[in-house]
Design a binder for this molecule. Structure first.
Ligand code: IPE
Ligand code: IPE
Ligand code: MG
Length: 229
């Protein structure tokens, strides 16, 4: 039997909510709503399997070009997720952090995100990292600016230390779903040696079985990090 190698960090580009809903003749918003349920299932599955860190792409710096009612619905769901999960996160021992420029979000969304991060602050379990108004290029530029502001040498180590993911492991796996095969500005710096796994499933269909399938595929990969085997 194939040996299963549990990754430390899996990063998910949650995609296909709109198409999932369209197939059911439902509004895109319904797809996002079911996407939040998938997010909860995937976090629980990763935690159960022993994954230490998980990252999710919830809203990109480019997604603001979508119609206002879709953006409002997404922001509303992000706030609701933070409000509702807060109590659970304390019980479940999940840690939580965010990446992206949060100060561009509505005040009440920022407040909800800060509250859940504070409530989970002393937890010791899986790290749940969510990208909201996140763009990889923006993140690298902000980190470089902070390095320059502090008159530090502009080295890869110093940039790394000022990224939104400072202190986290680089993702072992980047998952792109819904049949797409691109990063869409997600974790550009951190994905230098990540294994890419592409699945056709739409995000709202994700659950433990999908996570297991992804980990099995990853387990069969040989990573060399530029060295020789
Ligand atoms: C992913 O689903 C969620 C976000 C980008 C917020 P989409 O909304 O991109 O769904 P599709 O790709 O249009 O099906
Ligand atoms: C990527 O999905 C962004 C998020 C998952 C938040 P998109 O649906 O926005 O990406 P493109 O436009 O297909 O590249
Ligand atoms: Mg999409």
């Amino acid at each position: 039997m194939q040996e299963i190698n549990i990754p430390t960090h899996i990063a998910f580009i949650m995609d296909g909510n709109g198409r999932w809903a369209k197939r059911r003749l439902m509004p895109r918003k319904y797809g996002h709503k079911m996407g939040v349920e998938a997010l909860k299932r995937v976090i629980a599955a990763c935690d159960k399997l022993g994954v230490k860190e998980v990252s999710f792409y919830a809203l990109s710096t480019e997604n603001w070009s979508r119609p206002k009612d879709e953006i409002d619905a997404l922001l509303g769901m992000i706030k609701k997720f933070a409000d509702e999960e807060m109590k659970d996160y304390v019980d479940k021992n999940y840690r939580v952090r965010f990446m992206g420029e949060l100060h561009r979000l509505p005040e009440e969304t920022q407040k909800a995100l800060k509250s859940i991060a504070a409530a989970a602050m002393n937890n010791t379990g899986i790290v749940v990292n969510i990208g909201i108004n996140y763009g990889g290029r923006d993140e690298i530029a902000r980190a470089a600016a902070r390095v320059a502001e502090r008159n530090l040498p502009v080295t890869a180590e110093n940039i790394d230390a000022y990224l939104d993911t400072a202190g986290m492991h680089d993702p072992d796996i980047i998952v792109r779903c819904a049949g797409e095969k691109r990063l869409s500005n997600f974790m550009l710096w951190q994905s230098a040696y990540s294994e890419f796994v592409f699945v056709d499933d739409f995000w709202p269909d994700f659950g433990e079985e999908t996570v297991l399938r992804i980990i099995r595929e990853y387990s069969g990969r040989e990573r060399r990090f530029g060295g020789l085997k």
